[in-house]
Design a protein around this ligand. Sequence first.
Ligand SMILES: [Zn+2]
Length: 429
Amino acid sequence: MNIRESLISRFTRYAAISSQSDAGAGRVPSSEGQRKLANLLARELKDLGLTDIYLSEQSVLTARLPENLPEGHPPVPKAGWVAHLDTVDAGANPDIFPVLVVNYSGGDICQNEEKGLVIRAADHPELARYIGEDILVSDGTSVLGADNKAAIANIMTALQYLKEHPEFCHGEIYVAFTPDEEIGLLGAKALELSRFPVDFAYTIDCCEEGELVCETFNAAAGTLRIRGVNAHPMSAKGVMVNAAGVAVDFVSLLDPAATMENTEGREGFISVGSISATHGSAEVGFIIRDHDREKFAQKKALLKTAADFLQAKYPKAEISLEIADTYANIADSIRADNRVCIDYLYAAMEDLGIKPKPLAMRGGTDGSFLSTKGILTPNYFTGAHNFHSLAEFLPVSAFEQSARVTIKLMELISGGKKTVQQITKPYFR
Ligand SMILES: [Zn+2]
């Protein structure tokens, strides 16, 4: 088989099924397209020789490729690969029409002649690195959805490679395709771990070639609810407690320098994302993010202090604060006895001549949840740029490199030529 052709044809086949998630749906999967894509993948997995194929009520698809090690081979770890079925709702067209730009010659990329949509080279200087290469882009009305269909195509291509190379020895391999990653890792949370009994796993859910993520945010979301005291203007003085005003007070107590728009790298933040208020009642929705567990806890404590302060200031109001964790930093799950999966990742890139670019991801992956459940799940690149943007693009050469990493990992895990003890590079920071 030709890896490149398999990747492109699979990617376009999966992209043709609209599977944007819907944060307001209140169910998993949040959109029917995700179930449709999962059904297609279930059929394809069967053709590729996988067993124990299971599509749950919530459209979590799991499957197992039995090991084919020669008799007497020492046992090897069970490894899993995870990719998500949904594409992000970027407020654009949910339907994706990929365009293959052949032999990119530099300058702006025209995505859509009719609508005059382009990716501007001036806004995206990173394009210049791919002159002379083929690049997948959207038609400008939607994201490309390399996040995360490039990963699905990657994993399926690797499985096809194993099928066509029976001489390639490997241990048990598990796959999990999850819905609704983009709206709170809901599919990963619905994954039945008994159907994914792996020693460790990988997601393929970040951007350019070489990116490798063993650090994500700790994440929580919360709501401050305020019940005020309403009154007629004739008798409001000294009686009324304006819930809208209390909400404004709350927001003003937060550090204006530690917001999403004013932080980068490993700086955490509290970001207010919604305020609804009347005189009588108000709700402030916010998210908390920090790579550092202690600082994350401090941010939660700060919010609690702010709520207590306001309750004392407005004793006649009813103020309640609710905060729930969403996911945790992968780095906090790394231990001496499980970090081998990260060593494999560095080894795979080194073997392929790819320069690792470790990244403290300002976000989370399905692995940020799975790692808290005891399945350490680092993340590596799809090869794409500009996830969640209409300017998302995927250079085919980087896409191929990403698939080669997957196949190389499968080789190394089954006891390929490089042993992990030889890998001494720091895995993060
Ligand atoms: Zn993703």
